[in-house]
Design a binder for this molecule. Structure first.
Ligand SMILES: [Zn+2]
Length: 235
């Protein structure tokens, strides 16, 4: 094998950068998401680790996810999902869960939502804010939900204004959190969304759905067997 000469360098494939280890030197994390269960698709494994280390984690949810259960009216689904979210949060050591009452499926980045994010930052003074991925597609052909995209943008803008670093879960992460040892806790957390998941896939047991989802979201990365991938939202 020969070394490429200088004239070949610009033709080389871009080097894929290994993600760096996420800085966990914070006392309080604010996890902000659009819907119940958004935090449970992977991020909850990191939350389980952080609360086990004695950190304070608070959840803020824009909506109650009342439009999310097929065949159930919003008036019935909302309270079910709020209760499931509280249980799911408690499994990973989170007892402070706020629901802000924005309409599910109609979440938009605007002054009202940004003000609510700012108020939560003011109230809890987090060292970091985390949210769900707000990019257009999870992968080619797999579009993200409009609510997630709008919500992440509101979080980004509010965090820039407040000067708080914010991070999103990411299919192409630049940062990783080692969550080895916290996968089963995250599975149990997602499985608390029992009614939601049992309607979503009635023929697959809830615990199996939860295990598949969490494992696919916490695969090997950055040299860790199980990692949550993040990218900087406020960079
Ligand atoms: Zn969602």
């Amino acid at each position: 094998m020969t070394e490429p000469d200088a004239s070949d360098v610009h033709l080389a494939e871009p080097r894929v950068c290994e993600p760096r280890v996420f800085d966990e030197d914070f006392a309080t994390a604010l996890v902000l998401v659009a819907h119940p269960d958004d935090a449970e698709y992977g991020l909850a494994a990191a939350v389980a680790k952080w609360t086990a280390l004695g950190k304070r984690v608070v959840y803020g949810l824009a909506s109650a996810g009342e439009a999310g259960i097929a065949g159930m009216t919003p008036g019935t689904a909302g309270p079910v999902r709020v209760e499931e979210q509280r249980r799911g949060a408690a499994v990973v050591g989170v007892d402070e869960v706020q629901f802000w009452g924005f309409a599910d499926s109609a979440i938009s980045d605007g002054p009202e939502l940004r003000a609510r994010v700012a108020a939560a930052i003011e109230e809890f003074r987090p060292g970091v804010v985390l949210t769900l991925y707000g990019g257009a597609e999870w992968r080619p052909g797999a579009p993200n939900q409009r609510d997630h995209i709008e919500f992440a943008e509101a979080v980004r803008r509010a965090c820039v204004t407040a000067g708080v670093p914010a991070f999103e879960t990411s299919p192409d992460p630049t940062l990783v959190v080692d969550v080895s040892g916290y996968i089963e806790r995250a599975v149990e957390s997602l499985a608390e969304h029992r009614r939601y998941l049992s309607v979503l896939k009635p023929h697959t047991p809830v615990i199996e759905q939860a295990r598949q989802q969490v494992r696919s979201a916490t695969g090997p990365a950055g040299g860790f067997a199980h990692a949550v991938g993040l990218s900087e939202l406020t960079a």
